[in-house]
Design a protein around this ligand. Structure first.
Ligand SMILES: [Zn+2]
Length: 392
């Protein structure tokens, strides 16, 4: 009898192991908000480390917003009302798995960890965050019909001034606070009026938090991760890298620090390690291209010269110097935005370097290369080899 049980177990195990790895699929009744509201902006803070905990929250595998169908349809109505007034909605968080709330609770118990206090709860004692309802032991977000959001101007995508930032756990974030200006209060009212008209209820302590009044699950808490299918997940990583690279490049370009070039390096889980941009003009450094700056910064942050397994996004096709730097760094996957001819169209020309290399580095009008002092230098090389130093 016992033997039969173990045979059955082995058969089951083999059957399980031979199943194909299935991609993530949304449970019945849930949708991606981006599929329902194409203009929605996302800044999923719990996917990043810029939140009150200071690290990516458990269960956030992709920077996306999931809601019940009913909540997403209602939110679409709010988005349409706001669209007519010149705003898009921007979501910080939507459906939140139970395991994420457990992560908050676990963090809340560790009173020594106050890493993000200054930015998110400077005036509230960490030990009181739960008591004062800023963080719940069980969040309505896990029922799938609650959303944290703000509005942005349609033309600039800049956030409207609400008087306090998202997840600023403070009295100034309450509805009806006297700690904000009349304009800021009016801005909160623009969002609130549209959300209430669409069937959502505000939350008194947080201006960004809305729950669908007639939510389909009143008593059911979900724990599936915030995730995407493989293809969509990868695309979401690229969108993040693209957005951050362009924003950084635009900023430094406008400050006359360098050209319109940005780059980001991220890992296989979509964590962006660094964002950098061209700083040739400010640094008086002709090698300070976005990609080289990103590689240098990533090396510093990670404490290694070996960036194997990381991916680099660049706003423009990397020049030969950067391609060399990327290959030296052991990065084996590069994604670029603009093509070489797009850079050429605004006067940046990498072509002649490629032609010089393809021509066997013989064109002395580009660069004269001569040999001198070989014996001395080879001696130095041999010392390195004898000492069995690290090769890279
Ligand atoms: Zn370059």
């Amino acid at each position: 009898m016992k033997r039969n049980v173990s045979v059955v177990l082995v058969v089951l195990l083999v059957a399980l192991l031979s199943l194909p790895v299935l991609g993530f699929e949304l449970p019945e009744g849930f949708v991606y908000v981006t599929d329902v509201i194409p203009t929605v902006q996302l800044e999923i803070r719990y996917f990043t480390d810029y939140n009150f905990v200071g690290t990516r929250i458990s269960g956030y595998n992709a920077p996306t917003a999931i809601l019940t169908k009913e909540a997403a349809e209602a939110l679409k109505k709010a988005a349409e009302i706001l669209d007519e007034q010149g705003y898009y909605i921007k979501i910080y968080d939507a459906y939140r798995p139970l395991r994420a709330v457990e992560h908050f609770v676990f963090w809340g118990a560790d009173l020594a960890d106050q890493k993000m206090k200054e930015d998110f709860y400077p005036n509230v004692d960490k030990s009181l965050l739960f008591e004062q309802r800023y963080i719940a032991l069980r969040s309505g977000h896990s029922r799938g019909s609650t959303v944290d959001l703000t509005i942005v101007y349609k033309d600039t995508l800049e956030e409207v001034d609400m008087g306090s930032p998202f997840d600023f756990l403070d009295e100034s974030s309450h509805h009806g606070t006297d700690q904000i200006t009349p304009e800021q209060a009016a801005n909160r009212a623009i969002l609130r009026d549209a959300m209430v008209a669409a069937g959502f209820e505000p939350y008194p302590e947080e201006w960004w938090h809305y729950k669908l009044e007639n939510e389909p699950y009143t008593d059911k808490y979900f724990d599936f991760p915030v995730d995407l299918s493989e293809d969509r997940r990868w695309q979401s990583f690229l969108d993040e890298a693209l957005k951050k690279s362009v924003a950084r490049a635009r900023q430094t370009m406008n400050e006359n620090i360098g050209g319109p070039f940005g780059a980001a390096i991220f890992d296989s889980e979509g964590n962006i390690i660094v964002v950098a941009s061209n700083s040739v003009l400010r640094d008086h450094d002709p090698t300070a291209h976005a990609e080289v700056n990103a590689i240098r910064e990533a090396g510093r942050v990670l404490g290694t010269h070996d960036l194997s397994g990381y991916t680099l996004y660049a706003t423009g096709y990397p020049c030969p110097m950067c391609l060399g730097a990327i290959i030296w760094s052991n990065i084996t996957h590069v994604i670029y935005g603009a093509r070489p001819e797009d850079a050429e169209a605004i006067g940046f020309r990498d072509d002649f370097i490629y032609r010089f290399i393809e021509g066997g580095r013989a064109d002395s009008s580009v660069l004269l290369i001569e040999e001198y002092g070989r014996d001395e230098c080879v001696k130095l090389f041999e010392e390195y080899a004898e000492n069995q130093k690290q090769l890279y």
